[in-house]
Write a protein that binds this ligand. Structure first.
Ligand code: PEP
Length: 250
C-alpha cells in the first residue's frame, strides 16, 4: 500500500503562489519513491493551476477541500464534484475539523457528502478526530467510531479500498504544534482499522488511515513508521515546498 502524503493548504495562496509552491515541491521531491503518493488540496481558486502544474508529475494528484452534494443548480457559492474533476482534482476532503467545528457541519451531512463524492467519481479523504474535552472525558473511541460509521454510512461496501481514506486528526493537535504521542496515534489508528474491517471486511485492511495534527519534517519519519499509519494530512508544514518535500520523503 502506498503512503498517501497529503497537503491541506486551507485558505492560503493566490493562483501564482500556489503554482509556484507546487512547482518548487515537485522539483525538490524529484523522482517519488514507489511507496509514496502525494496529494495537494489547494484553495478552489488555484485548483486548476496546481493540477496543470502537476499533471505530468508521476505520483502527484490534487483534490478539492470541499464540495456540495449536487451536480449543479441554484446553490450560490457552492462547487460540485463535477467542477472539481473539471479542474483536474481526483480527490475530495470531508469532515475536516474546521468544517465540523467552525462551519457547523454535522455527522449526517458529512456522511451524505462523502457518499456523494464517491458516487461522483472522486476519491474521498474523510477526517475524524476528538476535541480535547472529549479526550479528557475518555470518549476518543466513542467519537471516532460515530464519525467513521456516520461518515461512511451510505458508501457502498463494494468500493475499491483506494476510493476512501480516513484521516485521524485529533482536533487538539491541529495547528497547535502539539502532536499526538506515538501511543495515542497507534491506539487510535488500530481502532479506526477495527471499525473499517467491521464495515468492509478484509478490504478494511487496505483502506488507508492517515494521521494529521502538527506533522512536521522533524516528526514525520517517526509517525509514518507507526503501525496502521498509511500516510499523513498536513496543514501548516505543507505550505512551503521545502518543508513539505522533507515530509513527503521522510
Ligand atoms: C490539518 O489542517 O488538517 C492539519 C493537520 O493542520 P496542521 O498540520 O497545521 O496541524
Amino acid at each position: 500500500m502506498k503512503k498517501l502524503m497529503a497537503a491541506n493548504w486551507k485558505m492560503y495562496k493566490t493562483w501564482d503562489e500556489a503554482k509556484a509552491t507546487a512547482r518548487e515541491l515537485a522539483d525538490l521531491v524529484g523522482a517519488l519513491p514507489d511507496d509514496r503518493e502525494v496529494l495537494i488540496f489547494p484553495p478552489f481558486t488555484a485548483l486548476k493551476g496546481v493540477s496543470d502544474e502537476l499533471a505530468s508529475v508521476k505520483g502527484f494528484s490534487t483534490g478539492g477541500q470541499d464540495y456540495y452534494i449536487q451536480e449543479e443548480g441554484a446553490f450560490t457559492g457552492e462547487i460540485s464534484p463535477k467542477m472539481l474533476k473539471d479542474c483536474g482534482a481526483a480527490f475530495g476532503l470531508t469532515g475536516h475539523s474546521e468544517r465540523r467545528h467552525v462551519l457547523g457541519e454535522t455527522d449526517e451531512y458529512i456522511g451524505k457528502k462523502t457518499a456523494y463524492g464517491i458516487a461522483s467519481g472522486l476519491k474521498v479523504v474523510l477526517c475524524v478526530g476528538e476535541l480535547i474535552e472529549e479526550r479528557k472525558a475518555g470518549k476518543v473511541e466513542e467519537v471516532v467510531e460515530r464519525q467513521i460509521r456516520e461518515g461512511l454510512k451510505d458508501v457502498p461496501r463494494e468500493i475499491e479500498a483506494e476510493q476512501i481514506a480516513i484521516a485521524y486528526e485529533p482536533v487538539w493537535a491541529i495547528g497547535t504544534g502539539e502532536v499526538a504521542g506515538p501511543e495515542e496515534i497507534v491506539e487510535a489508528h488500530a481502532f479506526c482499522r477495527k471499525i473499517l474491517v467491521d464495515l468492509f471486511g478484509e478490504k478494511g485492511n487496505e483502506i488507508r488511515v492517515l494521521y494529521g495534527g502538527s506533522v512536521k519534517p522533524e516528526n514525520c519519519s517517526q509517525i509514518i513508521s507507526l503501525d496502521n499509519v498509511d500516510g499523513v494530512l498536513v496543514g501548516g508544514a505543507s505550505l512551503k515546498g521545502e518543508s513539505f518535500s522533507k515530509i513527503v520523503l521522510a
